[in-house]
Ligand binder design. Sequence first.
Ligand code: SF4
Ligand code: SF4
Length: 324
Amino acid sequence: MSSKSTGYLDPEVHGRFDRRNTVFYRRGIFTGFEHLRPDILDPGEPELLEMAEVRASWTLHDNYPGAFRDTPLGSRKLIHNHAPFRYEFASPGAAAENISEVAERFGASLVGITELDSRWLYSHECSGNPVALPEKAVWAVVMAVEMDRACISRSPDFSAAAEIGRGYSKMAALAGAIGEYIRILGYYARSCGNDTALSIPLAMDAGLGVLGRNGLLLTREFGPRIRICKVITDLELVQTPNEYPASEEVCSGCTLCAEACEVNALSRSESPTWEILTESNNPGVYRWQFNPERCFDFWLEIGRDCSNCIAACPASFKLRKLMK
Ligand code: SF4
Ligand code: SF4
């Protein structure tokens, strides 16, 4: 993480986060619990069409076997018949440029690269398995996918929820393809969505944005209106510089996200704090804390995801001014 950001961690307290501490895991969403609830609607309601769109939006994310993996799908044979090979780039900079260009052609709205800080790896996945990577897999290609402004602006209705699912499905296609591309070139690559490592600190390290009061990555281009995926690899790359200001420069004096939250899940305090609110928060991080339980209970109440704190956020306008 950049030197600016490391000041926001207490190394005496902070440790790798166990993904089993997320509210999603503790409420059973990874083991069959369904938070998208068509049962809250009466048969014949026009909203059933919208709910169907929400369910369909997750299709690729939930069902594409190439999405989140580190083993080849077999396509290396298509270009090299049978013998394994390793493509040698002219330099790490040339490799970074190539991977970034290919990622954009596969649908990345933003691409940044960082050396992997092992503090951002989960300690354990939801399965209970410890997260471990090959020793030389020390680079992360972090990619953001823009979500449609008009759809998100209608949060918390169904069209915003469908845009969330479409964002996740685009992540699956993008991370899957870039991981496979790097593996075809002969290197290790783990394609990741929300798994394996915390996406937001990785994205900050990769120069893509800054952490906001709403707990999301704020980008100059799209504010928090993105989804993040990443590919972790042993292909040597080069670090993208981080030119973003500190969170306080963006969010102090602004509480629009907290005001837009119908269940008071976001802090309105002037400054960030070290105090955590629930076991979903990782201790030792100086930030505006967030109550994921209140947030997720609201999703359960309305039967779909909410994006109010994304729709309300003016960070892209603020950042364009601050980073002129
Ligand atoms: S997603 Fe909705 S409920 Fe959750 S914190 Fe944001 S505004 Fe609040
Ligand atoms: S709405 Fe304001 S306070 Fe909230 S994340 Fe965006 S810029 Fe920061």
